[in-house]
Design a protein around this ligand. Sequence first.
Ligand code: ATP
Length: 252
Amino acid sequence: MLRLTAISQSYGSHRVLHDVSLTVPRGQLLCVVGPSGCGKSTLLRTIAGLLPVQEGTITVDGTPVTGVPDHLAVVFQDYGRSLLPWLSVRDNVALPLRRQGLRRAERRAAADGILARVGLEASARRHPWQLSGGMQQRVAIARALVVRPSLLLMDEPFGSLDAQTREDLEDLLLDVHRTDGTTIVFVTHDIDESVYVGDRVVALSPAPDSGIALDLRVQLPLERDQIATRGLPEFVKLRAEVGRTVRARNLS
Ligand SMILES: Nc1ncnc2c1ncn2[C@@H]1O[C@H](COP(=O)(O)OP(=O)(O)OP(=O)(O)O)[C@@H](O)[C@H]1O
């Protein structure tokens, strides 16, 4: 379980988060929405231990976060820069396993298993620059999953992909979430996407509030379908509710 208690973060005199408290139960897929500059990435980087906590506390399974937590993986939007171009796809995915002391054959077998999972088994020997953007982001997701993270943080991971690829990766993420029960915090500026993939949607307010404007449970069937789910009255209602809250607070 991830627990944030009274978190406040500033850059100099610019306060970005104020008194944010949030509990994310194990296995939940939480989406964080809000306009550019409201602090979504700051929240994610703070949870990841990449920014020091200035005020408040963050715990993962009861342990305070003081650096990068164990069993954490992060996927950023910029897949192009996150992969090492001189390594094959398989070696990119296997890289995080070096720290776990696994032998080379074990690392490769684990990487191949995850690559099959994300539909890239045929590309294991290729290099990232030989792949499309969507395939590169699949590699980045595979590299995050290979460590079997208990907490997966994603910062607009599909933001720069075309619509079809984006939908495919949303469904891949849902499959991972359902199968592995990984706790996921997923930042997006796309309200539709947040309702489609989320178990829960939290909207952040920009300054001066700099807090949580909305915290909504998504009560949609677990089996989601890009066409059918988006046409459900409940989906339309939730999307409107998030959109109304965001607009009422001038969040987008
Ligand atoms: N390293 C930094 N130094 C100073 N100010 C920063 C830094 N990083 C972010 N900011 C500022 O903090 C605010 C929040 O930024 P943050 O990136 O967390 O927002 P965001 O909601 O993720 O935005 P986006 O959707 O554009 O990625 C912005 O006003 C931004 O300019």
